[in-house]
Design a binder for this molecule. Structure first.
Ligand code: HEM
Length: 519
């Protein structure tokens, strides 16, 4: 499917179009383009009668009151020409374009505004990943979100070739010398603002389930290998090479039916064999993103004196089955059972019984990534709602002409902009703090940011569905994005640490730095 509207060169007068109001011929005009729907009447999802009612007329308002603009692109073949002397006024965005809708882009991407944080390489990466997302990721994402099928190997291969899998891991040596989106940024220059751009841009396809199915397990699982795999360099090299090449898939398996945010309560056990060469793993894992299609599981286990983290390969005794959650099965959410699984001791990541550090080291980046994504999805909802409010006619007026709608939009915009600004401030600190310091000084602020942005998402989900009415509850058509957001934002309020746990963590971190002198 092309992403722009192609209109044949032929021109007609409005009088000519008027004549096509007969049994055999149904034409109408939408935004100066002439459509011949005579052969489409039967196939029109909204029925034949409504099309006949506007035969020979200008149906622009009627059309935009009920359809997304992209419908015209999908059914481009129905366009037969345009009205003589008139020009289309509705913009068809091309892949990679910025949106001209106010607040649809973060301030740093809005031409009138300046930002101290972003340089040319950030801008060139943003352009490249937006185009890639629009052209390569979006078509598959939309399809898979709907059907619930898992990501294709073809898409994984394309992302691997473009360096997108490498970039999912954030800044670091693993990016040095790698070709990233045809040289959009050098691996050595890649910082947390580039990382933020990658996380935010890919959310724009508005497919919350597929978004997690698109290698989210790798983004949180492979980090443990990169940071804690040095005791076994051969293993680290093999796994990272295979995963970055897209040949093998990896995920993080921590949560259980027994323990969600409370990781200390894990019950999966790893007992050493008498010869000390293997661990025998027994237990279960629940809600493991991507688990159904993974080859490697970075798994939290109980060893004799505490928690440990093991890399477990799919093999004898490992079974995975899908869990049906409220977002798309395309996420690959999984229940895993480990029955007497034999794991070489060399697969231990970090120190035995000190696995909590391996697990915790991951959390800040994961939570920050989730904040990036949630905030960008909020912005998309703002954009869609602004467009819809201008388009939708009710009680003889546009929605935007109702003060109550403007109040809702004001709240949504304010929540979105304030969280993006806070995110950028924290991202700047991440760029200027070694990883060890980040854990100390940014663990609390990142936890509070994620907690706050999912509370904001809750408000935005609620307000937006009131603006959209039934369409905000309908999976296809105009309100698709709003419905998907409403069904998905709760995942962000739970995954990576529930809102309440994170709020508490943020305050407890502050307590640690409370000077005695002021008490
Ligand atoms: C080239 C012109 C048109 C095409 C390709 C088209 C296509 C579609 C499609 C794909 C849908 C399914 C919902 C969606 O995906 O948005 C739909 C629904 C509908 N269409 Fe059209 N349509 C066209 C023109 C019109 C016009 C001019 C009218 C009214 C005068 C109309 C009335 C409707 C109605 C009432 C629905 C059901 C809406 C709903 O369920 O909310 N369509 N159309």
């Amino acid at each position: 499917m092309a992403n722009v509207l192609n209109v044949p060169d032929k021109t007609f007068t409005r009088e000519e179009v008027k004549k096509h109001n007969t049994e055999d011929s149904t034409w109408f005009i939408i935004d100066s383009v002439v459509y011949d729907v005579s052969e489409f009447l039967d196939a029109h999802p909204g029925g034949e009668a409504v099309l006949r009612q506007v035969a020979g007329q200008d149906a622009t308002s009627a059309f935009y009151n009920l359809h997304r603009h992209e419908v015209l692109i999908k059914y481009n073949d129905l366009a037969i020409g345009s009205i003589k002397g008139e020009k289309q006024s509705i913009i068809t965005p091309r892949p990679g374009d910025l949106s001209p809708v106010p607040y649809a882009e973060p301030l740093w991407l809005t031409p009138q505004f300046k930002s101290p944080y972003f340089n040319d390489s950030h801008r060139s990466l943003q352009k490249a990943i937006r185009k890639f997302t629009d052209e390569v990721i979006a078509p598959e994402a939309l399809e898979k979100e709907r059907t619930g099928e898992l990501i294709s190997q073809d898409l994984i291969d394309k992302m691997s070739k473009a360096g997108i899998l490498h970039m999912r891991m954030g800044p670091g040596k693993h990016l040095h010398g790698v070709n990233l989106l045809d040289g959009a940024v050098k691996g050595e220059e890649f910082d947390y603002f580039h990382d933020m751009i990658m996380a935010q841009e890919q959310v724009r396809v508005a497919c919350r389930g597929f978004q997690d199915g698109n290698m989210a397990g790798m983004a949180i699982g492979l980090t443990c290998i990169l940071n804690y795999g040095d005791k076994n360099p051969a293993l680290k090299k093999r796994i990272t090479e295979e995963v970055f090449a897209g040949k093998k898939k990896i995920c993080l398996a921590i949560t259980e039916a027994f323990a969600g945010s409370d990781v200390a309560g894990l019950r999966t056990t790893a007992t050493k064999t008498p010869d000390g060469k293997h661990y025998i793993v027994n237990g279960t894992k629940k809600w493991i993103t991507n688990g159904v299609f993974c080859d490697y599981f970075v798994t939290g286990v109980k060893t004799d004196k505490g928690l440990s983290v093991l890399l477990i390969e799919r093999g004898e005794g490992v079974e995975t089955k899908p869990i049906k959650t409220s977002y798309s099965p395309a996420a690959g959410t999984t229940y895993i059972t480990f029955d007497n699984v034999k794991v070489p001791v060399e697969n231990l990541l970090g120190e035995e019984n000190k696995g909590i550090y391996v697990i915790l080291s991951n959390f800040n980046h994961e939570r920050w990534m989730m904040a990036c994504a949630t905030i960008r999805y909020m912005r998309l909802v703002v954009e869609e709602s602004l467009k819809w409010s201008h388009q939708r006619l009710v009680f003889g007026k546009r929605l935007i002409d109702q003060p109550v709608i403007r109040q809702k939009l004001a709240k949504m915009i304010a929540l979105c902009e304030s969280h993006q600004s806070w995110l950028e401030t924290i991202t700047y600190q991440m760029n200027h703090m070694p990883y060890s310091e980040q854990a100390k000084h940014l663990g609390g602020p990142i936890a509070l940011l994620k907690m706050s942005c999912t509370r904001a998402a809750h408000e935005i989900a609620d307000e937006s569905v009131q603006i959209w009415g039934g369409r905000g509850l309908t999976q296809t058509g105009m309100g698709r994005v709003i419905e998907n957001f409403n069904r998905g934002y709760k995942f962000d309020a739970i995954l990576g640490g529930a809102e309440e746990v994170l709020g508490d963590l943020g305050v407890r971190q502050a307590m640690k730095f409370m000077p005695k002198a002021v008490l």
